[in-house]
Design a protein. Structure first.
Length: 267
């Protein structure tokens, strides 16, 4: 179980945080990530199976497991961003942010006036963060993180403008989509040299702008590389990959699969 300090404070202080990534909408799955020791857990509402109800249940169970609560919204769904932070998400990742205007609209949807236009009803968020309503109002603009995904050449071209948005807390790189964009759709190469160079440059610019940098990592080696580049929120470990790998390993260990010509009795 992690301690109760604030995710935003950890990341701004330069402390790396690794988050598990959940596609499956069974709320116990993100809880298991938290109880296994992940410091944060991310619910994917863009490419995953979560609807709002499953996400709400999962946020509570992540908190119960002692981890920080992150969610990725579908493209341009700023209304959902506001609903999820009302329900206790500490950080929202917004995909396909390609301009200053898109970054500003997203970030302002997550901040109370005068920084933004978020409306008031954070009962669940205040409860999960252990704060009174007054404390939550005082702290939420600094404690609730808005991260814009950088995953296209267009976003790279607009990166300085995106990073200039004062309400935006940081960026989050999607190397798979970035590699597709950089190659004009000819290659999926998230770990390739061109993608790595782009990721290093993005981290450098985010750091210079005083913003948090996060990234999706597909290997433990990439986690170490990303930390060295300046990334502080590292996604590593996907529920579907874990289950698939464990299932294949378990099946390969049974006597029946080792002896295809045998009786068919497993043990």
């Amino acid at each position: 179980m992690t301690d109760k300090s604030i995710l935003a404070d950890k990341l701004r202080s330069g402390q790396p945080v690794v988050t598990g990534w959940c596609l499956l909408s069974a709320p116990m799955v993100p809880e298991l990530f938290a109880r296994a020791g992940y410091e944060a857990v991310t619910l994917d509402l863009q490419h995953g199976m979560f609807d709002f109800e499953a996400a709400v249940d999962s946020l509570g169970l992540i908190a119960l497991g002692g981890a920080h609560r992150i969610a990725r919204i579908p493209v341009a769904d700023n209304a959902l961003a506001g609903r999820l932070i009302d329900m206790g998400a500490e950080c929202i990742i917004a995909p396909m942010i390609n301009s200053r205007e898109e970054a500003e609209q997203f970030a302002r949807a997550m901040k109370y006036p005068p920084m933004g236009e978020r409306s008031w009803s954070p009962r669940r968020a205040a409860m999960l963060s252990g704060q009174t309503d007054h404390e939550y109002l005082t702290n939420s603009n600094s404690q609730t993180l808005a991260l814009a995904m950088i995953e296209t050449q267009e976003a790279i071209d607009a990166l300085d403008d995106i990073l200039s948005v004062p309400e935006l807390d940081g960026i989050f790189v999607g190397p798979s989509d970035l590699s597709l964009s950089l190659s004009r759709g000819t290659a999926l190469d998230p770990n390739g040299p061109e993608t790595a160079r782009a990721c290093a440059d993005i981290a450098s610019k985010a750091k210079a702008a005083g913003k948090i940098a996060g990234i999706f990592c597909l290997s433990a080696e990439k986690v170490e590389e990303a930390v060295a580049q300046g990334y502080r929120l590292l996604s590593y470990g996907i529920d579907t990959v874990f289950i698939d790998g464990a299932a294949r390993t378990a099946l390969g260990e049974t006597a029946w699969t080792k002896d295809k010509a045998g009786t068919g009795i497993g043990y």
